[in-house]
Design a protein around this ligand. Structure first.
Ligand code: PLP
Length: 390
């Protein structure tokens, strides 16, 4: 078995390292400029300015107005706020109690919807097609006069499939329904423009594009019916109380600005790496299945399954052995309290349970090289040979 000194990180969809330029931008706000941005004295005023400049920069990057950007602790909180905040506000005002999500949403959306069921809300989980796309006609038929929210993610975190969120937003608005999109994986990778796109609520998270962890935002279009989420002080216009973390907001804004500036070049480079990887994998493995849409998908994800009908593979051993050989990847399973659960996303594409277990997501980023991709495939070949049951 080949051994390699250098580890290979291919899990950029889980998180990314913070860009050194982002670290530099944040540093002054951990030490010298430490004031509470809500204080009216000079220490507070000196941090209020970068806080609001960060909000302005995030807004600019997504074509929003500055007052429409609300900082959160990340994507999970933004998703929770979008679903739970609209649910209670709209039901109180109109009695509407039905929301629609897709079956392949992130757990931040799925579990928020589940939580709402406990309060009497009704949830429709839309199926997706074999490539992970929501089908417009199915969405239309799920709508009822009681529907207040449609929440469909932009790009899926496991398979990369990109939804046509403009069409979905159009369908929602034809029926006077609020539209939320989890854009955690697409922000910084795909163009977002709230001036042009008819999205009411949008979630972003900084650590997916070389920013710090623990900071994100919920874009709330002016006029959207949504309750406050964290109660206390007047921060974030009373919608999300708590002393603002100015350093993280500065890092978030800087990271997003850098991601948007480099988007065109990086997308092209990643798409080339993705093609190279798909080709190598197809050559090396017989009967490999590629998960996700062949064209409408994020350029940095390659998600594969080993078809259980052709080659039975122990998915857990596959992942662990990849790690032992220095390759950090994610399997088609989520680790929940120590056990590997089959991915709900791959199951929604129609993959059987054994095939779902024998899956790997490779997600590339700005430090990924062609050489790393080639090495990862060689290691995969060796690992598959040892964990294959047939
Ligand atoms: N939504 C999607 C699509 C994600 O991929 C993630 C993170 O993996 C989240 C939400 C949660 O974001 P955060 O880690 O900032 O809470």
């Amino acid at each position: 078995m080949t051994t390699h000194k250098e580890k290979i990180y291919l899990d950029y969809c889980a998180t990314t390292p913070v860009d050194p330029r982002v670290v530099d931008a944040m540093m002054p706000y951990f030490t010298g400029m430490f004031g509470n941005a809500s204080s009216i004295h000079s220490f507070g005023r000196e941090t209020k300015i970068p806080l609001e400049e960060s909000r302005e920069a995030v807004a600019r990057a997504i074509g929003a107005e500055t007052g429409e950007v609300y900082f959160t602790s990340g994507g999970t909180e933004a998703d929770n706020h979008a679903l739970i905040g609209t649910a209670f506000e709209v039901r109180r005002k109109t009695g509407k109690d039905h929301l629609i999500i897709s079956a392949i949403e992130h757990h931040a959306v799925l579990h928020s919807a589940e939580y709402l069921k406990g309060f009497g809300f009704r949830v429709t989980e839309l199926p997706v097609d074999e490539f992970g796309k929501v089908v417009s006609n199915e969405l239309r038929s799920a709508i009822t006069p009681k529907t207040f929210l449609i929440s469909i993610m932009h790009a899926n975190n496991e398979i990369g499939t990109i939804q046509d969120i403009d069409t979905i937003a159009g369908i929602a608005h034809e029926h006077g329904i609020i539209f939320h999109s989890d854009c955690v994986q697409s922000a910084g990778k795909l163009h977002l423009d709230m001036k042009r796109q008819n999205i009411d609520l949008l979630s972003i998270s900084a650590h997916k594009f070389y920013g710090p962890k623990g900071i994100g935002a919920l874009f709330i279009r002016r006029g959207t019916e949504i309750d406050s989420f964290v109660h206390g002080g007047a921060q974030e216009k009373g919608r999300r109380a708590g002393t603002e973390n100015v350093a993280l907001t500065v890092g978030f804004a800087k990271a997003l600005q850098l991601a948007v500036e480099g988007m065109k070049y990086e997308s092209q480079r990643l798409a080339e790496l993705r093609s190279a990887m798909r080709k190598l994998l197809s050559e090396k493995f017989d009967g490999i299945l590629f998960n996700g849409h062949p064209t409408d998908s994020l350029p940095n994800i390659v998600n594969i399954s080993f078809d259980s009908k052709k080659n039975e593979i122990d998915g857990e051993a596959l992942l662990m052995n990849m790690d032992l050989h220095g390759v950090a990847v994610t399997s088609g399973s989520a680790c929940t309290s120590g056990s590997l659960e089959p991915s709900h996303v791959l199951r929604a594409l129609g993959r059987d349970e054994k095939t779902t277990q024998a899956s790997i997501r490779f997600s590339m980023g700005k430090y990924t090289t062609r050489e790393e991709i080639e090495r990862a495939v060689v290691i995969l070949e060796e690992v598959v040979a040892t964990v294959s049951r047939s």
